[in-house]
Write a protein that binds this ligand. Structure first.
Ligand SMILES: [Cu+2]
Length: 213
C-alpha cells in the first residue's frame, strides 16, 4: 500500500537539495572569507545550487558575491546575517568582495570546467644579413641556420649592401629587401616544413639554404 502510493509520486516533486552550505564571513576587521563547512577556502565548485550563509560582522564592510547569474550583497553600514540560495553555472568564475575595499578584500573561485586560454604561440628568432661579400641566415645563438623547427619566426633583416639584397623564398614565403640602398627590417613569417633558400638577386655566389621540419 505504501509502495503503491510512493510509486505515483512524480519525480519532479522531489525538492532540489543544495549541494552544500558555504560559509561567507566579513569583518569585523579587514578580512573576508568564503569557506566550505570544514573551514577550507572555496576555490573551485561543481556547478549547481548552493546555500551561502553570510555573516557580515562589520559596520564598514560588506559581502558582495557576483558572477554569471549571481548578484548578492549585504549592506555596508550594518551587520547582517543572511542565507542566500544561488546557482553557480558551469565554466564560470565568481568573485566576492567588500565593495568599499574591493582591491584588497576580495576572492574568487571557478565552477565546473573553466576553459583555459590557448597558450601564446612561440615566436622564434632568426637574423638575416647581407653585405657586399657575404650573406647569412643565423639562429638566435649566432649559428648558421641549417635545420630549424617549423613555426612562427621573427627575422631581423640587415641589408648593409648598397647593390645587393636579401631575398628569402620557400613554402609560403617570398620576401626581399631592395637591391639599391641599405635597409633594416623585421619580417614576421611562418616557416613550414620544406627547403628555404636565400640569395642576393644581384650576385649568384651570395646564397644559402636551410631546411625546416
Ligand atoms: Cu571592507
Amino acid at each position: 500500500m505504501i509502495a503503491a502510493a510512493l510509486a505515483v509520486l512524480p519525480a519532479a516533486a522531489a525538492p532540489v537539495q543544495p549541494r552544500e552550505t558555504l560559509r561567507a564571513e566579513v569583518g569585523p576587521g579587514f578580512t573576508i572569507f568564503l569557506r566550505h563547512p570544514d573551514g577550507t577556502a572555496v576555490t573551485h565548485l561543481e556547478p549547481g545550487e548552493y546555500e551561502v550563509a553570510v555573516e557580515d560582522k562589520a559596520i564598514d564592510h560588506n559581502f558582495h558575491l557576483l558572477g554569471s547569474g549571481v548578484e548578492q550583497s549585504t549592506p555596508v553600514e550594518t551587520p547582517a546575517t543572511v542565507t542566500w540560495t544561488v546557482n553557480f553555472a558551469d565554466g564560470q568564475t565568481y568573485r566576492f568582495q567588500c565593495d568599499p575595499h574591493a582591491t584588497t578584500m576580495r576572492g574568487s573561485f571557478t565552477v565546473g570546467t573553466v576553459p583555459q586560454p590557448p597558450p601564446p604561440p612561440i615566436v622564434r628568432r632568426l637574423s638575416a644579413t647581407v653585405s657586399a661579400v657575404a650573406i647569412s641566415m643565423r639562429t638566435f645563438s649566432g649559428a648558421k641556420a641549417r635545420v630549424v623547427a617549423a613555426g612562427s619566426y621573427r627575422i631581423a633583416v640587415r641589408d648593409s649592401a648598397k647593390t645587393q639584397n636579401f631575398h628569402l623564398t620557400g613554402p609560403g614565403v617570398n620576401r626581399k629587401t631592395a637591391v639599391a640602398g641599405t635597409s633594416r627590417a623585421t619580417w614576421n613569417v611562418r616557416l613550414r616544413a620544406g627547403k628555404y633558400s636565400y640569395r642576393s638577386d644581384k650576385k649568384r655566389r651570395l646564397s644559402g639554404a636551410f631546411t625546416v621540419r
